[in-house]
Design a protein around this ligand. Structure first.
Ligand SMILES: [Fe+2]
Length: 324
């Protein structure tokens, strides 16, 4: 049984009332704004002070130095009244505006920056980049040369994962079970490994550039896995093994249910790979308790022109229009 210790349910006389009618009697008087106490006992419930205003968080991942996509996404975030941002890593790599994208992201009210694999290789001087294809590698080498020393230090200093204070979020680029090994999450078994290390209600991740969502139930029936892929955001592989979405909706709203934990891949702002070339990102609304996934068209031709002008591999330009 999980009690809802949200501040609205904390009584001045020290009694906490649970949704299903159960009461917990505490031996001392606690204050509704005592969020540190509530955070300790209730990692997956709302932990905000009573007088705190509702917040909207935009979650952006894999921007990959694509200025046109980033500006389009941020304009929409402004219209939506976003208050704060989570940056899930790979701000740089592949495309031609790493400095500009870093400058913009660092100017925003960002509650969490975590490091992606391209951020790591662009800042640690690694020239081998095990596992990278030659095109990705050549873009990282170009990025290493392009960034300033201060930007190298900033990227190198980022953590692999972060529990975001005052929110029900954990942010990670790849996965919580081995964040520095850059593994991918594409199925419920990989999602279960991640949930083993997830102490908040929601974990946002990126890395695969494919939006996908999983829910861990409180109880699973015999023979049932405790984790489901959420059909609302479901993607599936085509005959070549590429992931794609059948749903082309501009917005898909996922209600956050009490008693469930969520692992949400928000897709990529700057290099989507599920055969939908539109920029992908998500917004968490803590008043509505929803996570909305957005897809937005942007000026792909403008980004391609810059890739070519910078002398980056041609395939990095062409893949953008195909969402690969
Ligand atoms: Fe990436």
């Amino acid at each position: 049984m999980i009690a809802d210790f949200s501040s609205r349910k904390v009584q001045e006389d020290g009694i906490i009332k649970e949704k299903n009618g159960f009461f917990f009697l505490l031996p001392f008087k606690i204050r509704p704004e005592c969020s540190i106490f509530m955070k300790t006992i209730s990692p997956d419930s709302r932990t905000f002070p009573k007088n705190r205003h509702a917040m909207k968080y935009a979650i952006l991942s894999d921007i990959h130095a694509n200025l046109e996509a980033l500006e389009t996404v941020l304009a929409r975030c402004h219209e939506l009244g976003v208050d704060s941002y989570l940056s899930l890593g790979d701000i740089v790599g592949y495309n031609a505006n790493p400095h500009e994208c870093l400058e913009i992201m660092r100017s925003l009210p960002v509650a969490a920056f975590v490091k992606g694999n391209h951020d790591e290789y662009a800042s640690n001087g690694d020239t081998v980049m095990a596992g990278f294809n030659p095109h990705a590698k050549s873009a990282v080498l170009w990025t290493q040369e392009t960034l300033s020393d201060e930007e190298h230090v900033f990227l190198a200093s980022l953590p692999y994962k972060m529990q975001v204070r005052g929110t029900p979020f954990t942010a990670v680029h790849a996965s919580l079970d081995s964040p520095a090994d850059w593994g991918y999450i594409f199925d419920v078994h990989q999602a279960m490994d991640n949930f083993s290390y997830q102490y908040t209600q929601i974990c946002f991740c990126g890395h695969s550039h494919v939006p996908i969502a999983y829910c861990k139930k409180m109880l699973a029936r015999p023979g049932e896995l405790p984790v489901d892929e959420l059909k609302l955001w479901a993607s599936k592989p085509d005959e070549e093994g590429m992931m794609f979405h059948s749903d082309e909706a501009d917005e898909i709203v996922l209600p956050v249910q009490p008693g469930c934990k969520y692992l949400i891949n928000v897709g990529s702002v700057g290099q989507p790979r599920n055969r939908d070339p539109r920029a992908s990102f998500a917004v968490y609304d803590d008043e509505q308790r929803t996570i909305t996934r957005y897809r937005l068209p942007y000026d792909i031709a403008g980004t391609q022109e810059k890739i070519r002008a910078a002398g980056l591999p041609e395939c990095l330009a062409t893949r953008l229009e195909h969402g690969l």
